[in-house]
Each structure stands twice: as C-alpha cells, then as structure tokens.
Ligand binder design. Structure first.
Ligand code: SAM
Length: 232
C-alpha cells in the first residue's frame, strides 16, 4: 500500500478514510495483521495494524522488507492521446521502470490538457501492483519545442520516428546512463519537428520494426528495446 508519510522503525502511520476502508473493509484486516507499505522514498516496510476503524486507523512500522530500488534514469516523453490510452502508457511506463513520465504537446497532439493528478495516481497504482518501491513523477503537459530547447546536454534521446518504418535503425552501440524515449501522437511528428529532431546532437533515431504501431504500443515496445540494450 502506498502512503505519503515517512517510514522508519517504530514510526506510526495514520490511515485516511479510503485506506482504512480498503484495509479493514475490503481486505478484512484487523489489529495485529501485517501490511506492506511504501512511500517512494524509504523502501518497503512491514507494518502492523495498531488501530482499525471504519474511517481511520493506524499502522506501526516494524521492519524494512526491501530497500528503495531506484529505476534507471529513463524519461518517457510522449504526446498524450485518448484518455484510456494515455492511462495505459502511464501505467506501463511505471511498471517498466521509467523514472519520469513526461507528456508533451507536439504539432499534431490532440490533447490540450491532461489531468496530471489522475495520471500520477495511475503511476502510484502501477508501482503498487508490481511491487515497486519507487513511484515515477508524472510531469505536467509541456511543449515539445520548449523541452528540446532546454534539453540537458548529458541526456541521450531515443527518437522513435514512424517515418523510419522498415529501416534498420536501432539503438546499436549507444551508451550513456541518462536517457529519454520520445513517442509521437496519432498523427505522428510534423516535418519541422522531424527535421529538428534529426538534427539534435543527442538524438538516436530508432525504428520499431516494419509496421506503424499505435502510440501506446510504440511506448511499450520502445521501453522494452531500451531495457534490453541499456537497462540494468
Ligand atoms: N500517423 C503516423 C503515420 O501514419 O505515419 C503514425 C504515428 S504512430 C501511430 C505514433 C508514434 O508511435 C509515432 O510518432 C512514433 O513515435 C511511434 N511509432 C509507431 N510505429 C513506429 C515505428 N515502426 N518505428 C518508430 N516509431 C514508431
């Protein structure tokens, strides 16, 4: 279970109404039962239910069961698409260990706004589900142009370019420990964006096989390829 409070030996962790409902109503837990907690910073802790009420409760931390496992320094930069597919991308990026999830507005992005708080909650749920101890930050929507203008010199960019379909462009012998994957929207990248990205000194242009993939499929495929080539 994800909580926001610090976790340390003997630390008491108050539960809010939703958390109490989940543990004591849905999971039928009660005083003395163990619960695994994480907060994205202190690893995973086995805690014991000290008080169980309908609307509140309290746990006490007993023992750390996993240290904080930091993911590789990988950003997933993507243009948000329809709501359910954007949720899917965020969920899969958190499961696959992206350190940061960054929605961007591109020339052909159909979304003008995102619900950053909702996407962050999806990232928390995905980390909970896969037993992770780290929760990637979901940043607010920003313009791709702006992001590229401020691009950090020491971060490599795996640019997944649909126009390279069928070519053999791969990550090859790329190296570096700070990376970002860039996935475009349903409409792909504009000519101007592609020209800028091809000229970018840190960009590695990659094709994801012989077919044009939907953006959500492309995001998962790109993360798997990156993991294989450069992950831990
Ligand atoms: N509308 C575009 C077209 O028909 O050419 C397709 C865009 S595709 C649905 C969405 C994004 O997924 C692309 O911008 C790209 O980043 C990525 N993508 C999909 N298939 C790809 C492939 N075979 N190679 C590289 N990137 C791909």
């Amino acid at each position: 279970l994800y909580v926001e409070q610090p976790l340390a030996k003997g630390q008491s962790v108050p539960l809010d109404r939703d958390q109490a409902h989940y543990l004591f109503g849905v999971m039928r837990m009660g005083p003395g039962d163990p619960v695994l907690l994480f907060n994205g910073q202190d690893g995973e802790w086995r805690c014991i239910v000290a008080k169980a009420g309908k609307r509140a409760g309290e746990l006490v931390c007993e023992e750390q069961t996993k240290p904080l496992q930091m993911p590789p320094d990988l950003w997933l930069v993507f243009a948000p698409i329809k709501k359910a597919r954007t949720d899917f991308i965020v969920e899969k990026a958190a499961e696959m260990g992206a350190a940061r999830i960054m929605p961007v507005q591109t020339a052909f992005t159909n979304s003008e706004r995102i619900r950053q708080d909702r996407l962050q909650a999806h990232a928390v749920e995905a980390a909970e589900q896969c037993g992770g101890t780290y929760v990637p930050e979901v940043t607010d929507l920003q313009k791709l142009d702006r992001l590229l203008s401020d691009w950090p010199e020491d971060r490599q960019l795996m640019f997944c370019d649909e126009a390279e379909v069928g070519s053999a462009k791969r990550l090859g012998s790329a190296s570096g420990d700070k990376w970002a994957i860039l996935i475009g929207p349903e409409g792909g990248f504009s000519d101007a964006e592609r020209a800028r990205l091809h000229a970018h000194p840190n960009a590695h242009v990659v094709a994801l096989g012989p077919r044009i993939l939907r953006a959500d499929t492309a995001a998962v495929a790109a993360m798997a390829l990156w993991q294989q080539a450069l992950g831990d």
